[in-house]
Design a protein around this ligand. Structure first.
Ligand code: ZN
Length: 292
């Protein structure tokens, strides 16, 4: 599947938001039999038409609802999968029979009995794909940060091999799957590392700090059901779907006091075209290398 342009395209629902959706929807979707598919924005369908979806998915039963990076994946008993990326404003809901269609409804996976999985997307950057082999289609993705196999030693070797600034590297989905602008900034702040540090210059202790900070940040965010901003990742009634936005230490807090040291204000800089938030005291800037 085409990965979103990691460094330039914002991708707001990140790992914790997709994980929350998948955990919520999984028990309610598993076992349902697919009766149809409809789309009012077929440009979002990467490799199929609504007619093809109806033909290939009709009669199949949902057996798995999962996540890989920021992608969600729905597996059926026919061996066919639906892969999706919410990009900037996508959201998933289970629509019940008789309920009026919500605003920004773009695609509907219809089930026998009248319920449906609704794909809402105000800005229409979301994508869907049919896949016979999701592991192959998502093979370009880097490791899952919450998996047991992603150890500090594995992370350390990967950092040394890349020699890149930390912020764009953490956003690169082929390096590590699931982090976007919010959780990259929050992880770097918790690890007390400047976003412009070169990945190959980290000491062993700093690598361990960053590794632990990424995991802690993601776990805390999942516990809080993710972060909501404005209409992005909200309930159908427009309320925030997550609570982690209240615990953010730097993201979106430029000009406000740092929640760690309390003595400096959070600063916003631009790194690789992305707004980047940091505390100049807790996250010391790397010394500039002199070029001869
Ligand atoms: Zn600070």
């Amino acid at each position: 599947m085409t990965l979103p342009e990691a460094e330039t395209a914002p991708s707001m629902p990140e790992l914790p938001e997709v994980e929350t959706l998948v955990r919520r929807l999984g028990p309610r979707l598993r076992g349902r039999r697919i009766a149809g598919f409809e789309s009012v924005w077929p440009r979002a369908l990467e490799n199929f038409t609504p007619v093809q979806a109806r033909r290939r998915l009709g009669g199949a039963r949902v057996v798995e609802v999962g996540r890989r990076g920021k992608f969600f994946r729905l597996g059926t008993d026919q061996g066919l999968w639906i892969l999706g990326h919410l990009r900037m404003s996508g959201n998933l809901f289970l629509g019940l029979p008789g309920a009026p269609p919500p605003r920004f409804l773009r695609h509907r996976l219809l089930f026998e009995g009248g319920s449906e999985l609704q794909f809402l997307d105000a800005r229409k950057f979301g994508r869907l794909r049919l896949s016979e082999d999701p592991d192959l289609d998502l093979a370009a993705l880097g490791p899952e940060p919450l998996e047991r196999g992603w150890t500090a030693a594995v992370f350390s070797a990967a950092l040394r091999g890349r020699r890149r600034q930390l912020k764009p590297l953490l956003l690169d989905q082929t390096f590590l799957a699931g982090l976007g602008n919010i959780y990259a900034d929050e992880s770097l702040h918790r690890a007390r590392l400047h976003p412009l540090r070169n990945s190959a210059t980290l000491r062993a202790e700093e690598v361990r700090r960053l590794h632990a900070a990424i995991r802690r940040t993601l776990r805390e965010a999942i516990r809080a059901c993710g972060s909501s901003f404005d209409f992005v990742y909200s309930t159908l009634e427009g309320r925030p779907a997550g609570r982690f936005q209240d615990q953010l230490r730097v993201y979106g807090r430029a000009g406000e006091p740092c929640r760690s040291c309390g003595t400096r204000r959070v600063v916003r800089i631009v790194v690789a075209q992305r707004g980047t938030h940091l505390c100049p005291r807790c996250q010391r800037a790397p010394r500039r290398r002199t070029h001869s």
